[in-house]
Design a binder for this molecule. Structure first.
Ligand SMILES: *[C@@H]1O[C@H](CO)[C@@H](O)[C@H](O)[C@H]1NC(C)=O
Length: 189
């Protein structure tokens, strides 16, 4: 027979295993298109900034080890970069965020890990935290970065530049547009 202490310990271990399964899970609230350099770039991709070479950066996401994090996509060459809280890297498989007739996106000023309404979540980190999309100006670019609310900073790592952390930044939020049906009679006026 197991003692109550052993049972509690087993229950705790089991709970931790369950928790671990949730890491690196994609959030499916928004529309993400699976892509790589062989595919046409989606037309309604969401613009996020520009890199120091002057190319536009579109909003993407990648799965890196057990974390889902935002990515910067250079549409012209499918050059994709991203960073976690400790690593900056490039990716060849990624997803592109797209808008549609009723769902669009905008950047709002934010700070200190404040939870903005309708912030776009890419998925969960290795510590099972929800990960959001931020951006800030630095090093000659406007960079899409990684926002862990608990760290209260927008973290940006690009190529060999040192990891930068910003307490003031912008956050990507979704905006629902209602498509109003206009009766034909009213349009004649
Ligand atoms: C836009 O995407 C959202 C989320 O997937 C979906 O619920 C909505 O129906 C889409 N709108 C149109 C016009 O396709």
């Amino acid at each position: 027979m197991y003692s109550p202490v052993k049972l509690t310990a087993l229950a705790l271990i089991f709970a931790q295993l369950l928790g671990a399964i949730h890491c690196g899970v994609y959030d499916n609230t928004d529309n993400w298109v699976i892509s790589d350099k062989t595919k046409n770039f989606p037309e309604n991709a969401v613009l996020g900034g520009f890199d120091p070479e002057g190319y536009r950066s579109f909003v993407g996401r990648v799965l890196y080890l057990t974390s889902v994090v935002p990515a910067r996509i250079r549409a012209e060459t499918a050059y994709v970069t991203f960073n976690t809280e400790s690593v900056a890297n490039t990716a060849t498989f990624y997803e592109v965020l797209v808008s549609n007739a009723t769902l669009s996106y905008q950047w709002v000023h934010s700070f200190d890990g404040f939870m903005e309404d309708n912030a776009v979540c890419v998925g969960t980190s290795s510590s099972d935290e929800r990960v959001y999309i931020c951006r800030a100006k630095t090093d000659g670019g406007l960079f899409i970065g990684t926002l862990y609310l608990a760290q209260r900073t927008c973290i940006i790592g690009y190529e060999n530049l040192p990891l930068r952390k910003f307490e003031k930044y912008e956050v990507l939020v979704r905006k629902h547009k209602s498509v109003k049906w206009i009766p034909f009679d009213n349009q004649i006026n």
